[in-house]
Design a protein around this ligand. Structure first.
Ligand SMILES: CC(C)=CCC/C(C)=C/CC/C(C)=C/CC/C(C)=C/CC/C(C)=C/CC/C(C)=C/CC/C(C)=C/COP(=O)(O)OP(=O)(O)O
Ligand code: 1GP
Ligand code: MG
Length: 229
């Protein structure tokens, strides 16, 4: 199995959205490096368990739970990603919710499976932006957050999140220049192979979410597009 440092492409499945068995099989067998199960709204334990069991039934692709609320936390995933929202105006989304959960689960936490993600949410219309009371940082702010993710907090992942819209490749390029050890994840609005290739030029990993539900044929083509990059 590849290590996270070798991943290039991830599909993100939203437990609040319907997906047919046929489409789920196509996603799992697409050659993607991993599946993230996660979303902002209406993420329930039932929805998470349904996806996990359907994936596990016949596929070996690595499965990650990106935790957005404690109620939907369950054992059985290969990895757990935990967002810390760096551009939230409220400390609770950066630190306090995570601190409270660590206090509760500390004895169950297997550190080789858990990755904290420094999130920077850059689409004002994304649900996650509103939910976390984030502000829109400018380019220098984002670069400073990337610097902090790597050199202050030593986070394994810095996530440039444009959920729902395609972002600025130039910004992703400049952010990449700030990072050395911390992996750069880019997600948002990738709908076709050209966009996948463009963002993968700078990001270590690209994440494709919504287009699974809007045009799965094109979404599947994003995998091959980044394999040799
Ligand atoms: C019980 C068990 C198995 C224990 C194992 C040990 C373990 C893993 C313990 C974890 C402990 C821990 C620290 C948990 C953290 C819990 C937590 C609630 C953290 C909060 C994270 C947070 C600030 C979430 C806010 C929202 C956010 C940033 C979500 C990320 C996903 C995202 C941006 C989705 C995109 O939005 P989407 O829903 O797709 O939007 P659209 O619908 O508009 O597309
Ligand atoms: O849904 P999209 O816009 O593809 O974004 C993917 C991911 O970054 C969402 O958290
Ligand atoms: Mg989504």
């Amino acid at each position: 199995m590849k290590t996270i440092n070798e991943w290039k492409h991830i599909f993100k499945l939203d437990p609040a959205k319907e997906i047919s068995d046929e489409d789920l099989d196509l996603i799992c067998e697409s050659g993607t490096d991993a599946i993230i199960v996660g979303g902002t709204d209406d993420v329930t334990l039932d929805g998470v368990l349904d996806l996990l069991s359907r994936i596990r039934r016949s596929h070996t692709v690595p499965c990650v739970l990106e935790i957005s609320n404690e109620e939907a936390l369950t054992p059985g995933f290969d990895y757990y990603f935990i967002p810390m929202v760096l551009n939230s105006k409220e400390k609770k989304f950066m630190m306090d919710i995570q601190h409270k959960a660590i206090k509760e689960y500390i004895d169950m936490m297997e550190y080789s499976e858990i990755f904290f993600e420094g999130y920077c949410i850059l689409n004002e219309d994304a649900k996650a932006f509103t939910h976390t009371n984030s502000y829109l940082p400018d380019k220098d702010d984002v670069k400073a957050y990337a610097y902090m993710a790597e050199h202050v907090f030593h986070l394994p992942i810095f996530y440039v999140e444009y959920s729902g819209t395609y972002g600025e490749p130039e910004l992703v390029k400049e952010v990449k220049n700030e990072l050395d050890k911390t992996l750069l994840f880019y997600g948002g609005g990738i709908e076709n192979p050209e966009q996948a290739k463009e963002m993968k030029e700078y990001a270590d990993v690209i994440i494709v979410g919504n287009s699974i539900y809007t045009d799965i044929k094109k979404a599947l083509k994003t995998v091959e597009a980044v394999k040799d990059k």
